[in-house]
Write a protein that binds this ligand. Structure first.
Ligand code: C2E
Ligand code: CA
Ligand code: CA
Ligand code: CA
Length: 279
């Protein structure tokens, strides 16, 4: 037993070492990723509950290294945050997203919205409000077409500062969504405190909704509570019709998930607009 304990220690030590080495290499590669055209965006459609109408898209970033290897955002976003690279990368994501939306506007889709994830590191940046406004003005979209997605964990790190910034965004007409709703410490409390237009119910709740009646009821209460506060509800990670049926019964507003559409290239996103958008 002693021996195996020691072996375990060696294995653990080794993997941590190679892991951090890999992280250093990746962070270094990330520094040039924009200039090398290795980053690109995909757009996941958001539908009304019955799937007849696309209301907007969420931007999700992708990194394909020059050797062809894909690195998931779950892996490189934390590295970008630790290194500060998330500020230029986040600004680039915002620019590209708004340019994409402008192209859809020019094609006649004037009511489509774009949702962009904002890292906690971006949220604490003192220039963030001006940076976001600048992108909107440069690209010529309407303020009300942009939604900023933040997580509760990010918002409560410096609560007063977050409330002030979210309020400024909303005064400009920019929408705010509380992402991964339900995974934080006391989501329902912060729903009252934070000035948000949308909540996105986390996939972990949706996964259980057609299996566990207590979890299902909880989702129903969350939706009722959000509606009482005037907040619009999006369910994320909806994968099948059983989940859809429950969400329909609870009066959920919008659906995002594989059941209606995966994250798409710009060309494929435009096809979805052709088929499902109201001009
Ligand atoms: P998130 O913001 O919660 O994004 C939702 C994630 O769920 C995405 O993973 C999306 O592809 C995935 N997803 C959507 N529908 C389904 C479904 O029906 N089933 C399943 N299994 N998955 C679904 P992705 O693209 O790998 O992104 C992971 C996380 O990385 C995001 O979670 C977000 O926190 C972060 N991220 C992605 N893009 C950006 C970005 O542009 N900026 C920032 N700051 N973070 C980003
Ligand atoms: Ca999100
Ligand atoms: Ca989410
Ligand atoms: Ca999530």
């Amino acid at each position: 037993a002693k021996n195996s304990g020691r072996n375990n220690w060696c294995f653990f030590h080794h993997s941590m070492l190679s892991n951090s080495y890999e992280q250093i290499i990746l962070t270094d590669a990330l520094r040039n990723a924009i200039a090398n055209n290795e980053l690109f965006l995909v757009y996941q459609p958001q539908f009304n509950i019955d799937g007849t109408q696309v209301v907007g898209f969420e931007t999700l970033v992708r990194w394909k290294q020059t050797n062809g290897e894909m690195i998931s955002p779950g892996k490189f976003i934390p590295l970008a945050e630790q290194s500060g690279l998330i500020l230029p990368i986040g600004q680039w994501i915002l620019q590209q997203s708004c340019k994409f939306l402008k192209r859809t506007n020019d094609l006649g889709y004037e009511n489509i919205k774009i949702s962009v994830n904002l890292s906690p590191v971006q949220l604490v940046d003192n220039n963030i409000i001006d940076s976001i406004s600048a992108v909107i003005e440069e690209t010529g979209i309407r303020h009300s077409q942009l939604t900023i997605e933040i997580t509760e964990t990010a918002a409560i790190k410096s609560l007063d500062d977050s409330i002030a910034k979210l309020t400024q965004l909303r005064e400009k007409g920019i929408r705010v969504a509380l992402d991964d709703f339900g995974t934080g410490y006391s989501s329902l409390t912060y729903l009252r405190t934070l000035p948000v237009n949308f909540i996105k119910i986390d996939k972990s709740f949706i996964d259980k909704i057609s299996l566990d009646s207590t979890q299902s009821q909880l989702v129903g209460y969350i939706i009722d509570m959000a509606h009482t506060l005037g907040t619009t509800v999006i369910a994320e990670g909806v994968e099948d019709f059983d989940q859809l049926k429950e969400l329909f019964e609870y009066g959920c507003d919008y659906i995002q998930g594989y059941v209606y559409g995966k994250p798409l290239s710009e060309a494929d996103a435009l096809k979805v607009l052709e088929e499902f958008a109201q001009i």
